[in-house]
Design a protein around this ligand. Sequence first.
Ligand code: CP
Length: 315
Amino acid sequence: MQPNALQNHFRMIKHLVSITDFTKEEILHVLKLASDFEQNPNQRLLHDKVVASVFFEPSTRTRLSFETAVNRLGGRVIGFSDARNTSVSKGESLKDSIMMIANYADLIIMRHPVEGSARYASEISRVSVINAGDGANQHPSQTMLDLYSIQKTQGTLDGLTITMVGDLKYGRTVHSLIMAMSHFNTRFRFIAPKELQIPGEYKRFLDQKGLPYSEHRELAENIQDADIIYMTRVQQERFTDPVEYEKVKNVYSLRNSMLEHTKDNVKILHPLPRVNEINTDVDDNPKAYYFTQAENGVYARMGIIAYVMRESGLI
Ligand code: CP
C-alpha cells in the first residue's frame, strides 16, 4: 500500500476508546441500534468476521456480554481472558501483541490495566479497537449500556438527576458516564469519602458545560431527589496502599430502608461486581435495576460493534 493509501486506510477505521469519540448523535444512533437488537437479537451481520476479545485484566460481564454480542451477530471469537497464558509472560510488548492480534481479527475488543493503553492500541492497530476498560480511565461500552438502561427506565435521557456514589476517584464507569450525560442537561450529585472524591478535571469539565453538581459525604440523606442512583464498588485493585483501602472499603452500604423516601421512578444502577455497597435486601426492590442493566450490555454492545464495523466499511 502507498503511504497516502495507507493513511486513508487508517483514517477510515472507527474506534471506541473514549465515550467522547462519539458525538451525541452517534450515541443516540447506537442506542437505537441497541433497542433494535433487543427486539431482534439474532442477526448475522458478522457472519464472515473474526473478533479478538483480549482481556489483560479480569472481567465477567464485559467479556461475556461482548462475546455473546459477537455470537448473536454471527461472528467468531478468538482471544484470552488471562494474559499470563500469552507471550506477554515472555516479555512481549503491548505494541507487538496488538500488531499480531490485528493480523488475525477484524475487530479488537481490549481490556487493559494501564490508562491510555486502548488509545495507544487504536493508534497502532490496522483494525478497529473497542476499549473494554483501561485502568481508572474510561469504560465507554459500559457507558453505552448505562445510557441504554437510563433511557429505558426513565423514558428520556434529558433533565435527570444522577446521584453517583462510592469510588468516584478511580471509577472509570463514573468518568465515562459523566461525559456522556453532559449532552443531556443532567444534574449530578457526587457522594464519596474525601479519599475518593470526583477528580477536579471532571468538575472543571462540568463547570465548562455549565452543568450543576454538588458533593456530599452522607448517603441516606442525599438520594431523595435522584432519578438514578449509580452505586460503585471501592476498587481494591486501584489502591497502592492497602491501609488506604481498609479505611474506605465499607464506607457505603445502600439498604432497602434507605429507599423508602426516594422517588417512585428512581432506579439503582451499578456496573457490578458489587461487594458490600448494595445490601442484598435491595435486590428484590423494584427500584433495583443492576441485573437487568448487565443484560442490557449485550444489546448495547451489539449496537457498538455493528456501528463501528459499518463505519469502518467492514459490514
Ligand atoms: N462492569 C464491568 O466492567 O464488569 P466486569 O469487570 O465483570 O467486566
